[in-house]
Design a protein around this ligand. Structure first.
Ligand SMILES: [Zn+2]
Length: 366
């Protein structure tokens, strides 16, 4: 019985996506009501399919041909876990991925190793990987030393950090999770992030209630810190996202495309988020979350392309797909440690205005 219902929901969503992509945006809203009734949706789909003048659903190959040349970054990727990134090269190449924010486990001791994996990936390909880390116990003062030392070394950001988790079957169980986004040494960690101009990617569930009140407290108390709300669209409404963006300048939204496009538990569709994306064109970035809860990571990447297609506007696509995140990464200055290492190789090198991105390429580029 349960399986029957699930299949029904999946088919319904599948047909819904088909309809969404088969129609112009102006028409899609009127189709939504029908898409919630499987029979009506299937009948509509059949009718639409029978009309040869109606555009058919774009294949992933069609989308790659259309949007492949647009730079694309994955803002949230766990493939440093088990060094899975080593087997991803072909998929990323085929799917025209240009940059991956790489980390592994979330706020637990095993993350110390996966942080090291992310670093190893980065020094192999500093033009492609951007390493983040989360292997620190945010209830212990030693976390401040880890954060400073990793940012000094050249990591670009912190993440995925469990700033609150009460429902996620995975993150709610991690040993170093915070009770809320102001718990433990997080306030001091936010200040270190500001000092290094490094972003912090937070996991917060549920995306409402007192944990979001605490997030807003953090945003107000640390105005120079760049916060990224991890998979902000998961189990969350466009209205909540809009409210946060209206009230705070220092928060960005990581949009887990696969959740909205493919997960039957998403109560919102892509077009529900388009008005807030258009209102805040500089605040969104796309991610795969390594395909969490989806059949494959490839499906999560395809979903990013479906979001680009739904956005429609070329300038906004470029921002959401790459430029918004790139602006944050590009803004990070080279550290003292990096400058010293560069001058050791070449004493004459002018390091005064060097960025962290440039420093990494000078130190590790092939
Ligand atoms: Zn994640």
């Amino acid at each position: 019985m349960f399986i029957g219902v699930s299949v029904c929901v999946c088919v319904c969503i599948g047909v819904g996506i088909w309809i969404l992509n088969s129609l112009h945006l102006g028409e899609s809203r009127s189709m939504r009501a029908e898409a919630v009734t499987p029979v009506a949706a299937i009948m509509t789909a059949t009718t639409v399919e029978a009309n040869p003048s109606t555009p058919v659903k774009k294949s992933f190959d069609d989308l790659l041909r259309q949007y492949g040349p647009v730079p694309l970054a994955d803002a949230h990727n766990h493939d440093a876990s088990g060094s899975r990134y080593t087997g991803m090269h072909n998929m990323w190449k085929r799917d025209a991925m240009d940059r991956v924010i790489l980390f592994g486990d979330v706020s637990e001791s095993s993350a110390i190793q996966t942080d090291a994996n992310a670093w190893n990936a980065y020094i192999e390909r500093p033009d492609f990987f951007v390493p983040y880390f989360s292997g620190f116990d945010l209830h212990d003062p030693s976390s401040l030393e880890v954060v400073r030392s990793n940012l000094e070394q050249g990591y670009f950001g912190l993440g995925e950090v469990a700033a609150a988790s009460y429902y996620s079957p995975v993150v709610s169980k991690v040993e170093w999770k915070a009770k809320d986004p102001m718990d433990g040494f997080l306030p001091q960690i936010y200040e270190l992030c500001a000092e290094y101009q490094a972003p912090i990617l937070l996991h917060i569930d549920p995306p409402n209630g007192f944990v979001i009140d605490k997030l807003e407290e953090a945003l107000a108390a640390h105005p120079k810190t760049t916060f990224i709300f991890g998979h902000a669209n998961a189990y969350n409404s466009p209205e909540n996202i809009k409210g946060l963006l209206e009230r705070h300048d220092n928060i960005y939204m990581d949009f887990f495309a696969g959740f909205t496009v493919l997960n039957p538990e998403s109560t919102n569709r892509i077009e529900d988020f388009l008005p807030v994306m258009k209102q805040f064109p500089d605040k969104f970035m796309l991610s795969t979350d390594s395909g969490y809860g989806l059949p494959t990571e490839d499906a999560a990447i395809e979903a990013m392309y479906r979001v680009m297609d739904a956005i429609g506007d070329r300038a906004l696509i470029k921002k959401v797909a790459y430029d918004n995140l790139d602006a944050i990464i590009r803004n990070e200055p080279a550290t003292k440690t990096q400058k010293e290492a560069i001058q050791k190789k070449d004493a004459a090198h002018d390091v005064a205005k060097l960025t962290k991105l440039e420093a990494g390429k000078l130190l590790w580029g092939k």
